[in-house]
Design a protein around this ligand. Structure first.
Ligand code: GAP
Length: 442
C-alpha cells in the first residue's frame, strides 16, 4: 500500500520530530516546530551538507548573512517585480488558488476547483511572495524591509568581501545555510511547502563559457549526495525546466525530484544564473563587481551556478524514504531506516532488567558513550517495547546489558534493520559503533 503523508505526520508528532507551530492556539498555517528528535535530524542533515560542500573541498567557503537586507537588494535581484505567483479568487467560496495549478479544463470555464462553480474565478493578479516588515520605530513606506525569500542574495552582495579577504580564485564557491520566507498562496503537505523554511545554497562562480560544463558537474554531484544520504536511487530523478518554468534569473535549470507520497516533486534546484545577479547588483549599487583574472589578464563578471536545496524537504524525504511498516509474525513493526549518519539518536542503552546491578552497569556505559555520540538511556517497560520505540525513532543500534554482561563484560548490540544481535566487548563498544555509523574506525 502506498505510504500516506498522514502516517509520517503522525509518527513525527508521536515521537517528537515535528509539531505544528503554536499548536495550543490552534496552530498557524504552514509553520512547523522541530522537536527533540527533529532538531537532531535537521542538524545532522545540515552538517553532512556542510561537510561535503565546505570542509571536504578547498574551493568553497562558508557564509552566514543576515536575513534582513537592504531593500534595494530585492529590487536589483528582480524579486520586487518578478517574484510573484498568479493569484485567482473564487467569488463564490472565497477560496484562493494559484492560477498555474488549476486544471486547464476548469480554468477555461473559470470553474472553481473547490466548490465547482463555473464562471466563478476572478482574473489573475500577480501576488508577491515576499514578506514585508518595517525597520525602526516608524512604520512608513521608506522603512519597508523584506524577509529574504532565498539565501542566495546574501552571497552575491558579499562576493567581493569574500574574494578580497580570501585567496580564492575563480572557479570558487560560497555556501550558506539559513532561513528563508515565502508567503506561499498554496502551502501544505506538511513540511513540503511552508512559509518559513531553511535552505542549503551554494553559489559557484565561474568564467563565462565554462558555465555549462560546471553546471553538469554540479548536477551529478548533487544527485550523488542524496544517494550517499541513503535515499533510494529509484525515488530520485532530474526534471529539466521548460521555457515557461524558468525563474526570472535562470538560463538553464534542473530540479532534483523525489517521489513523495504526493507524487514527483522538487527537492532541489540547480540553476545557471549567468551573470544576471552580479550585473544587476553592480548596476544598482554602482560598485564594481567584476573579477580580474591574473593568468589571462581578462576582466569579466563571473557566471554563477547555483545548487539550492531545502533542508525541510531533505528531512521529509529521509523520513518518507526510511519509513516502513514491517509485517512480523505477531505484530507490525514501524521502523525508520534512517542512515546511521543522520539518525537523531545513534544508540540506545538498556539494562535487560532493573536489578542485579544491570541498571548501574548500563548507566555507566551510557555515561561513557554520550561524550562522543548522541545516546539514549531507557530502563522502563519490557525490552521488546523499548526496541520498538527506538525502531520508530530511527535509532540504528540498541545496546543491552544482561546477566552475561556481569560475568564477561560483553553486551548485545542489536541492529535496527536486521534485528540481529551480536555480542560485543564493552571496551570495544565505541570503535564498533563508530565503524557501523561512519563506515570506518572511530
Ligand atoms: N535560490 C534559488 C531558489 O531559492 P527555489 O527552487 O525557489 O530556488 C530552492 O528553492 C529549494 O528551496 C526548493 O527546491 C525547496 O527544496 C526549497 N523551498 C522552496 N520553497 C519552499 C517552501 N515554501 N517550503 C519548503 N521548502 C521550500
Amino acid at each position: 500500500m502506498a505510504l500516506s503523508m498522514d502516517k509520517i505526520v503522525s509518527l513525527c508528532k508521536r515521537r517528537g520530530f515535528i509539531f505544528q507551530s503554536s499548536e495550543i492556539y490552534g496552530g498557524i498555517n504552514a509553520c512547523y516546530d522541530y522537536g527533540p528528535l527533529g532538531v537532531e535530524l535537521k542538524r545532522n542533515v545540515k552538517e553532512l551538507w556542510w561537510k561535503s560542500m565546505v570542509h571536504e573541498r578547498d574551493d568553497i567557503v562558508g557564509l552566514d548573512a543576515a536575513i534582513l537586507m537592504h531593500p534595494k537588494v530585492w529590487e536589483a535581484s528582480g524579486h520586487v517585480s518578478g517574484f510573484t505567483d498568479p493569484l485567482v479568487d473564487c467569488r463564490n467560496c472565497k477560496q484562493r488558488f494559484r492560477e498555474d495549478e488549476i486544471d486547464p479544463k476548469k480554468l477555461e470555464k473559470r470553474q472553481c476547483p473547490r466548490c465547482g462553480n463555473v464562471d466563478s474565478l476572478t482574473e489573475a493578479r500577480q501576488f508577491n511572495l515576499m514578506f514585508k516588515t518595517h525597520m525602526g520605530a516608524v512604520e512608513e513606506d521608506a522603512s519597508v524591509v523584506y524577509l529574504r525569500p532565498e539565501t542566495a542574495q546574501g552571497i552575491y552582495v558579499n562576493y567581493k568581501n569574500v574574494l578580497d579577504s580570501s585567496r580564492l580564485k575563480i572557479p570558487f564557491g560560497i555556501a550558506q545555510i539559513g532561513k528563508a520566507f515565502r508567503n506561499e498562496i498554496t502551502p501544505g503537505n506538511f513540511i513540503f511547502r511552508t512559509r518559513e523554511f531553511e535552505q542549503m545554497e551554494m553559489q559557484y562562480f565561474v568564467k563565462p563559457g565554462d558555465d555549462e560544463a560546471v553546471f553538469n558537474q554540479w548536477r551529478e554531484e548533487r544527485m550523488a549526495w542524496y544517494v550517499r544520504l541513503g535515499i533510494r536511487k529509484e525515488k530520485l530523478r532530474f526534471h529539466q525546466h521548460g521555457e515557461d518554468e524558468l525563474a526570472h534569473y535562470a538560463k538553464t535549470a534542473f530540479d532534483i525530484e523525489y517521489e513523495f507520497p504526493i507524487g514527483w516533486k522538487e527537492l532541489e534546484g540547480i540553476h545557471n544564473r549567468t551573470d544576471f545577479d552580479l550585473s544587476r547588483h553592480q548596476e544598482s549599487s554602482g560598485k564594481d563587481l567584476s573579477y580580474f583574472d591574473d593568468s589571462t589578464r581578462e576582466r569579466y563578471i563571473p557566471y554563477i551556478i547555483e545548487t539550492s536545496a531545502g533542508v525541510d524537504r531533505t528531512l521529509l524525504i529521509c523520513l518518507v524514504d526510511g519509513y516502513e511498516e514491517e509485517q512480523l509474525e505477531k505484530e507490525t513493526r514501524t521502523v525508520l531506516h534512517l542512515d546511521p549518519k543522520i539518525a537523531p539518536i545513534k544508540a540506545a542503552v538498556f539494562p535487560l532488567v532493573n536489578r542485579d546491578g544491570m541498571d548501574d552497569y548500563a548507566r555507566k556505559i551510557y555515561d561513557e558513550l554520550r561524550g562522543d555520540l548522541k545516546i539514549f538511556f531507557d530502563a522502563s517497560g519490557a525490552v521488546g517495547r523499548r526496541y520498538r520505540r527506538q525502531d520508530e525513532a530511527g535509532t540504528p543500534f540498541c545496546i543491552t546489558v544482561d546477566s552475561q554482561t556481569l560475568q564477561d563484560d560483553t553486551v548485545t548490540v542489536r541492529d535496527r534493520d536486521t534485528m540481529d544481535q551480536d555480542r560485543v566487548p564493552v571496551n570495544g563498544l565505541l570503535p564498533e559503533l563508530n565503524k557501523r555509523i561512519w563506515g570506518k574506525n572511530g
